[in-house]
Design a protein around this ligand. Structure first.
Ligand SMILES: Cc1cc2nc3c(=O)[nH]c(=O)nc-3n(C[C@H](O)[C@H](O)[C@H](O)COP(=O)(O)OP(=O)(O)OC[C@H]3O[C@@H](n4cnc5c(N)ncnc54)[C@H](O)[C@@H]3O)c2cc1C
Ligand SMILES: NC(=O)C1=CN([C@@H]2O[C@H](COP(=O)(O)OP(=O)(O)OC[C@H]3O[C@@H](n4cnc5c(N)ncnc54)[C@H](OP(=O)(O)O)[C@@H]3O)[C@@H](O)[C@H]2O)C=CC1
Ligand SMILES: O=C(O)C(=O)Cc1c[nH]c2ccccc12
Length: 345
């Protein structure tokens, strides 16, 4: 093994990059590259997949739309096309990002998985290692996002389940799942929207809600809740804005406690700031819950061969399981920085 490592290392090709290296060709990486270019600074994007915006192109379901109005999702320096609706579809958002990359002549280097990045304080360069190259640059920009890897929790007994188990990052649509009983684990925006999509395809989703959750209307009287929140935050303290959002939610959605959707004690914006937990913006799942089309279940105690046992003692059979259990960053696995270095920033 040792000799192989040596041999492999001797084959690593060194590439010196003039300007910053950006890791990730998602919307953030593209936006940074465009802004640098605008200021005459060249850069190189390293992207692990073979396309830009891979989260949007490869790891999201067909019915996905932006859930914030378009003005909040526009990248710098280039407007969305005039004819885009208020909430662009995933295809529209992807086509916008394709045109964005073209407009700024951004050509990421694809199929480059960054495996290690380390600052060499002697030379003053970052050493950025992919599977076949070592890049050297004075600057490193991390744009790999918070959704780089799916979170697959250990759920007791899941290995015994005989049907398919998939994460929402590989779910495309509920077509072909008519009359199937599906356990959706998780009630964030993914869990809610996948459950809604399953309903639309006449499947029978059961959504696990193990904890409290903030669910807000996407809009009230045609005005987006997010826009209202952003406008109010300019004038009022965060906690007051949170109180107002909860009033608004109660007015438009009613009391969600009765449906098994208890609210956290901390308000939605305060919670987002403290923990990163995004409020759910309702795009139709709640009314399906009210009509019993999406069944809310308590936490899972155990998965069995053909179903699940729940904390409240219920036991049900399922044909498949969808893990809507969220994502995590992969930065801690490859970015080697010591605390001292971080503090110097
Ligand atoms: C289903 C879903 C829907 C969403 N909808 C919205 C929405 O409507 N509005 C909103 O504002 N946000 C939404 N988000 C949040 C989303 O994270 C952002 O919209 C946006 O994609 C973040 O952009 P980013 O460039 O920071 O990260 P990403 O879009 O995740 O892009 C990161 C890129 O880095 C690449 N990468 C990762 N690790 C490596 C590595 N080690 N080496 C090389 N390349 C690597 C990835 O392949 C990817 O292409 C959604 C997220 C999900 C999961
Ligand atoms: N249309 C849009 O714009 C959409 C946007 N998004 C965004 O993408 C990001 C990721 O969202 P999402 O994929 O929903 O992930 P989230 O992290 O928001 O939600 C994960 C969910 O899974 C639950 N969970 C995790 N582990 C377990 C477990 N072991 N047992 C039971 N439940 C579990 C969590 O519960 P708990 O809280 O108890 O940990 C939570 O309900 C968010 O920023 C979201 O806003 C996602 C979909 C659509
Ligand atoms: O969609 C996201 O990623 C969000 O962060 C949405 C969001 C954060 N804080 C809010 C307050 C009110 C409505 C939506 C949000």
């Amino acid at each position: 093994m040792g000799s192989c490592k040596k041999e492999c290392r001797s084959q690593v090709k060194l590439l010196w990059v003039h300007g910053p290296i950006i890791v990730g060709a998602g919307p953030s990486g593209l936006a940074v590259a465009a802004c640098l270019k605008e200021n005459g600074v060249p850069s190189l994007i390293l992207e692990r997949t073979d396309c830009i915006a891979s989260l949007w192109q490869q790891k999201s379901y067909n019915c996905l739309k932006l859930h914030l109005p378009k003005q909040f999702c526009e990248l710098p320096l280039l407007k969305f096309p005039e004819n885009f609706p208020k909430y662009p579809t995933k295809q529209q958002f992807v086509s916008y990002m394709e045109s964005y990359a073209k407009y700024f002549s951004i050509r990421p280097k694809f199929n480059q998985v960054v495996q290690r990045a380390e600052f060499d304080s002697v030379s003053g360069f970052w050493r950025i290692q992919t599977q076949n190259f070592q890049y050297l640059s004075r600057w490193l920009i991390v744009a790999t996002g918070e959704n780089a890897e799916p979170v697959i929790p250990k759920i007791q007994g899941i290995e015994k389940f005989q049907g398919p188990v998939m994460h929402t990052s590989v779910y495309k649509s509920g077509s072909g799942l008519k009359n199937q009983r599906i356990l959706v684990v998780g009630c964030g925006n993914s869990g809610m929207e996948v459950s809604l999509d399953l309903c639309r395809h006449q499947a029978i989703p059961h959504m696990v809600v193990r904890n409290s959750v903030h669910i807000l209307p996407r809009e009230t009287f045609g005005i987006s809740t997010f826009a209202i929140a952003m406008a109010l935050l300019k004038w009022f303290p965060l906690r007051l804005v949170d109180k107002f959002l909860l009033l608004l939610a109660k007015f438009t959605l009613g009391n969600t406690d009765k449906l098994g959707l208890r609210r956290p004690k901390t308000g939605p914006i305060e919670l987002k700031n403290a923990t990163g937990k995004t409020p759910v913006l309702d795009v139709g799942a709640l009314s399906r819950i009210k009509f019993g089309k999406i069944k809310v279940m308590e936490g899972v105690k155990e998965i069995t061969r053909n179903g699940a046992k729940f904390m409240d003692g219920q036991e049900k059979e399922f044909d498949s399981i969808i893990l809507a259990t969220g994502y995590k960053s992969n930065v801690p696995s490859w970015l080697k920085v010591c605390m001292l270095f971080e503090l110097e920033f």
